[in-house]
Design a binder for this molecule. Structure first.
Ligand code: MLT
Length: 412
């Protein structure tokens, strides 16, 4: 009989968001007509920018003419998209990132998992706690951990707690780690990283020969001009970092699928024989073997994000969700809850009241307010006692959800 990758059997229950959907669907079936408002998964609700749609329609028409028809595209993405990204997202902010260091893909979630293909199995891996669960689960799948303990922590991973006590900053590990996942603005806490904070990480990584996986999927939500949008704004980062970006949350591409990963050509890692190899060459090899690129139509839509009209529409979308986040913060604070994040991020991180566990608070909100959020413990042991509220929804739903919560909770 064929055997399985037994590392998958170490994974806890289902992946967090499908697990929440399963529980919500069970509740909805048992309570038909319950007016459920979903502020759980960070999935966008507002329509795609018109500039992107028009570009995609034009691209569909291109596909209808022999002269402009496209078959397989470059696995790394079309040059015109890579160039506009390099220019507008990086060079215009003073970052030295070239078009050929940008790899267009169908999602940051996929890329943060796939990147493990090109790194060794003997690396020590650090994640923050709480953390976007994909970083942990993909390492479990790759066999980089032992089993989970009763708190859900996997043997072999280095967890860096981010809590209210340390201002939700990931402190440098006391031991040497080889791969470090950082996400700023942070999912799930909504916290941000200052230039000094990222510089400390870059210095740490360069001292120890570590690689930082920097997930910047939420960079568009940064409103504070002093905060860096990219790790490549930090001196020395080209020698130690890979950055993941996405069109999902800024331009509403969660269903459309387009993202990119920046791998600097100056990033070097060690082969088993001790030789030093550019990480770029392995990622390029991996992508050209296992990936056939994002469709021409979608890449044309992504390119339109950088047009004057697209930029204005994306800014308006981001401002819309940030206003939702502001309302959530204001209303939950008025309800007597302690809230964090939600200023430079679309997520509000809430301390559960009355010592309730994260899942107990999830059930209470679902049953009494018909509002869905995400239990903090689903993001890691240190998320226990917290709860994430997503600002991705219509204004009407956010206002209604907050009114229901206000009616259940009063300031203590
Ligand atoms: C989240 O809710 O954390 C995000 O939707 C996850 C993702 O983007 O994959």
């Amino acid at each position: 009989m064929a055997t399985l990758n037994s590392h998958y059997l170490k994974l806890k229950a289902g992946y967090l968001f499908p697990e929440i959907a399963r529980r919500v669907n069970a509740y909805a079936e048992a309570n038909p007509g319950a007016p459920i408002i979903r502020l759980g998964i960070g999935d966008v609700t507002e329509p795609l920018p018109a500039a992107c749609r028009q570009a995609m329609i034009q691209a569909v028409n291109d596909m209808g003419e022999r002269a402009s028809f496209k078959g397989y595209g470059p696995e790394q993405g079309y040059t015109w998209l890579r160039e506009v990204i390099a220019h507008q997202d990086f060079q215009s902010r003073g970052c030295e990132v070239n078009a050929d260091e940008i790899f267009v893909s169908d999602g940051s979630k996929c890329d943060t998992g796939n990147i493990l293909d090109i790194f060794g199995d003997d690396n020590t891996i650090a994640v923050t706690d709480p953390v976007y669960p994909v970083y942990v689960d993909t390492n479990v799948m790759a066999g980089h951990t032992g089993p989970a303990n009763e708190r859900g922590e996997y043997e072999g991973l280095v967890y860096l707690p981010i809590t209210a006590e340390n201002g939700f900053t990931a402190e440098l590990p006391s031991q040497k780690v080889d791969l470090i996942y950082l996400c700023f603005p942070n999912n799930p806490t909504g916290a941000t990283a200052t230039r000094e904070h990222l510089q400390a990480w870059v210095d740490y990584a360069r001292t120890h020969g570590s690689v930082i996986f920097f997930d910047a999927a939420y960079e568009a939500f940064i409103t504070d001009p002093s905060l860096p949008h990219s790790i490549f704004e930090i001196p020395g980062s080209r020698e130690c970092a890979i950055e993941f970006r996405s069109f999902s949350k800024n331009a509403g591409f969660t269903g459309t699928r387009c993202a990119f990963t920046v791998v600097p050509k100056s990033l070097i890692a060690k082969a088993a024989d001790g030789s030093q190899v550019p990480v770029w060459s392995l990622w390029n090899r991996r992508q050209s073997t296992k990936f056939n690129g994002v469709s021409y139509i979608i890449q044309r839509g992504a390119e339109a994000v950088y047009s004057p009209a697209g930029r204005a529409e994306v800014q308006a979308l981001v401002a819309f969700y940030l206003e939702n986040a502001r309302l959530i913060r204001e209303e939950l604070t008025a309800a007597g809850l302690a809230v964090y994040g939600g200023v430079n991020a679309p997520y509000v991180w809430v301390k559960t009241p009355h010592g309730l566990s994260s899942w107990d608070f999830f059930d209470k909100l679902l049953h009494t307010c018909h509002v869905v959020g995400t239990p903090g413990s689903g993001f890691g042991a240190a998320g226990e006692g917290y709860f994430r509220v997503s600002a991705f929804n219509s204004r009407e739903n956010v206002i209604e959800a907050m009114a229901r919560i206000r009616s259940q909770f009063s300031p203590v």
